[in-house]
Design a protein around this ligand. Sequence first.
Ligand code: GUN
Length: 291
Amino acid sequence: MAAEILDGKGISKQIQAETKTKVAEFVSSHQTTPCLAAVLVGEDPASQVYVRNKERACKRVGINSQLHRIDASCSTTELLELVNQLNQDPSVNGILVQLPLPDQIDSRRVLDAIDPAKDVDAFHPHNVGLISQGRPRFLPCTPHGIVQMLKRCGVTTTGKHVCVIGRSDIVGKPMAMMLAQKDSELGPEMANATVTLCHSRTANLTEITKQADILIAAIGRPKFVTADMIKPGATVVDVGINRTDDGLVGDVDYEAGMHVAGHLTPVPGGVGPLTVTMLLENTLMAAKLQV
Ligand code: GUN
């Protein structure tokens, strides 16, 4: 039987409608509109698309947005000056520095300089620490979007074996950390997983992935997950967005996955839209924390 396709785009629309209502309530009770400041360094085409999508999504739900463009040749010091200025600006609630940054920039220093109360990506060590202790201030956008999608599609995680492929700070590590907790924003049924975090040096990868009830591919390699790596009936979440000669391709071989998985997310239209949507939720949360 063919896998059920998880409609990230449709779920995003549903969540954004809920966010829009919550933003309107916030504006009417506090007479101030949440505002997200995005920092875009250079002209990377993918980053430009992401930032444009974020600005459009803000507009849809009634959140103000600012775009700060900086030349690709800028220095770490210049970027730090901008971050400090945004930290001190009371009209800015959330700050997002679009990654990747050019090679000459010390990305760690820039991300660490963002005020943790405005860190809507949840990349600051303070926020990462809170997540690891199970008391998050902000949840990282992609992992949070994945949990929202699973919940809304009726897939719970408690007691399940979740295998995450990829140990990035943006997706793999926080995803593993969140699902292993005792509880979550969406209830204990969306936590309490037995998590295996696999990566490029994992031995016998297929043996491990084949045991997973939920397989989350976030390794950044086109069609890396093949049919033989998937347990029949498993839920397969594809976080990859790889630009190839054949267009946008996920980390999962979609055609093959279709015949083995129970649920499968498409690329595009799966996890991507949810990342943007959860950023809006975090910006509203930041505004609430700052009143
Ligand atoms: N580049 C790719 N994904 C992300 C993300 O979630 N946040 C930021 N700031 N940059 C990214």
